[in-house]
Design a protein around this ligand. Structure first.
Ligand code: DGY
Length: 331
């Protein structure tokens, strides 16, 4: 008897078709966001789920869905999943690293540039009909990206790809802070230097956050950290909501303690802290860091192939390409 799986959000029809070659598939073409109760209901009798960051896979869900064997997340981040609980129950967890690295780095750089050069703020003003004369010398003056100091918090694959863009494309000095320094060969490849967090905050002209969300990175940038940043600095967050204290950031922007911020992720998204909506010096985007067609397809395909392999089917049966808890596979 073939396994049954749930695809929690609407995705590419041919990729759902690929799953149907192996499984009974329940998909979600309406793209309704499934709350905890509905998710548990739909997972009854299912062995696998192709999930996204919207669904919380925790001990309560696992206890209520004892047949579940594989959780294959579409996304490199998996803070929506209690991996320890999955491991304890022998449930394989996979994510989708690598395929989104360059696309997300492109986006991070674009958001940082838009923030530094006040692109959306000036566009909003233009649309309001406020551009009434040309040649105003200080009209929406921003800060340079080329030649500036780029600070990166979290130097995984995406952080490194951003570092290369800054160093080689824009002649930036690149400094980073990470749990531990990278090997010297990687630092040379990215032309980036390790510094402690206080130095990162103090010296970065443009600070970009690419650190995974965890209890230890919660509010890694709060009131105290914002006060350590340069007055003209910008802050860009493409990592996860909750890494920045959004209320503290809105205060820092309103008081002009930093120049501007670019946010793609928010605490409690898709809700946005109202104070962020009323400060002018901010660029806001709806969590689209990996959103190019090619990359979103690659992510969905990798998640589907992981699910096929994790449930013992296809050419990689038993060996999904990108496991998060490989220990479960070894059992
Ligand atoms: C990721 O891959 O983690 C992106 O943030 C999409 O959720």
């Amino acid at each position: 008897m073939s396994s049954s799986v749930l695809v929690t959000r609407a995705t590419f029809a041919d990729i759902v078709g690929r799953l149907r070659e192996h499984f009974d598939v329940e998909d979600n073409t309406d793209d309704a966001v499934l709350g905890p109760k509905e998710l548990i209901r739909r997972l009854q009798g299912k062995q696998g789920v192709m999930s996204t960051g919207t669904e919380r896979i925790d001990e309560q869900l696992l206890a209520a869905c004892p047949e579940l064997k594989a959780v294959c997340n579409v996304g490199v981040g998996y803070n929506n999943i209690d991996v320890a609980a999955c491991t304890a129950r022998g449930v394989v967890v996979t994510n989708t690293p690598d395929v989104l690295t360059e696309t997300t780095a492109d986006f991070g750089f674009a958001l940082m540039m838009a923030t530094a050069r006040r692109i959306t703020e000036s566009e909003r003003s233009l649309r309001r009909g406020e551009w009434t004369k040309t040649g105003i010398h200080d009209h929406f003056v921003g800060s340079d990206v080329h030649g500036a100091t780029l600070g990166i918090l979290g130097m995984g694959r995406i952080g490194q790809a951003i570092a290369r863009r800054g160093a080689f494309g824009f002649g930036m000095r690149v400094i980073y802070h990470n749990r531990s320094p990278l090997p010297a060969s990687v630092e040379t490849d990215c032309r980036a230097a390790y510094v402690d967090k206080a130095t990162l905050l103090k010296e970065a002209d443009h600070l970009i956050l690419v650190v995974p969300y965890s209890a230890s990175s919660h509010h890694a940038i709060g009131e105290a950290e914002l006060r350590q940043m340069k007055p003209g600095a910008t802050l860009t967050n493409i990592a996860r909501g909750g890494i920045v204290d959004d209320a503290a950031l809105a205060r820092a922007l309103r008081e002009g303690r930093i120049a501007a911020a670019g946010l793609d992720v928010f605490e409690g998204e898709p809700k946005i802290h109202p104070d962020l909506l009323s400060v002018p010096n901010i660029v806001l985007t709806p969590h689209i860091g990996s959103a190019s067609v090619r990359t979103r397809r690659a992510m969905a395909l990798l998640a589907a192939d992981n699910l096929i392999a994790a449930l013992g089917c296809g050419p990689r049966a038993g060996k999904p390409t990108t496991p998060v808890n490989a220990a479960v596979l070894a059992r």
